[in-house]
Design a protein around this ligand. Structure first.
Ligand SMILES: [Zn+2]
Ligand SMILES: [Zn+2]
Length: 205
């Protein structure tokens, strides 16, 4: 320590200097300090998934909570890079779940009508607890049906990222015509695992 306050209490400069001595990386955050000039000096240069990649992988994990035998779907709604709601396709608790009582198939449309869809559950939960989703992004493991597409548009969500395309792709056209930014992402949970934790990765980090 270089200076003391009347010889007893350490000054803020003293404390800061001590921190620098023990944690040399802090020098990069000091005003006027020089940034690292090459990769060798950058601390912990981790390879990281993008927000889109991370949230799609999370949506796939959310989908695992689904009880519908017709397929598991997960949805994650984010705003300002943070999760504000999640949903998966499942029936209301008093209705009974597909994996216990079987799916109820709509003879005209072909889908299971016992369940509330993942997007509906995610949007409804945000509404229930009063979280605004205007201009939010929704990540879905399967592109939405036409009914969910309409709900997404009406909710004010402005961007949709999906992993797999649903059998009725006209819902995607409907979303795009309505002004939403729609994007398919071919990177989900298995890709995260392979890149960061699988046999191809040297270690899970
Ligand atoms: Zn079902
Ligand atoms: Zn739907």
């Amino acid at each position: 320590m270089s200076e003391t306050n009347n010889g007893s209490q350490p000054t803020s400069n003293d404390i800061f200097q001590t921190l620098i001595d023990h944690h040399s990386r802090l020098k990069y955050f000091l005003p006027g300090s020089e940034a690292p000039t090459d990769a060798a000096h950058v601390p912990h240069p981790y390879n990281r998934p993008s927000y889109d990649q991370m949230y799609m992988a999370i949506a796939e994990i959310v989908a695992l909570r689904s009880t519908c035998l017709r397929g598991r779907v997960g949805a994650v709604i984010t705003k300002d890079t943070r999760i504000i709601s999640i949903g998966y396709n499942g029936a209301p608790s008093k209705i009974g779940q597909c994996d216990q009582y079987g799916c109820i198939i709509d003879s005209e449309k072909g889908g299971c009508i016992r369940t509330i869809h993942a997007e509906q559950n995610a949007i409804a939960y945000a509404s229930r607890i009063g979280i605004p989703i205007e201009n939010a992004t929704i990540y879905v493991t399967v592109s939405p049906c036409i009914d969910c597409a309409k709900l997404i548009i009406a909710s004010g969500i402005k961007r949709l990222v999906y992993l797999q395309e649903y059998r009725n792709s006209y819902a995607l056209e409907y979303l795009e015509l309505s002004g939403l930014e729609v994007e398919q992402l071919n990177y989900g949970l298995s890709a995260i695992y392979n890149e960061y934790c699988g046999q191809e990765a040297s270690e899970c980090q």
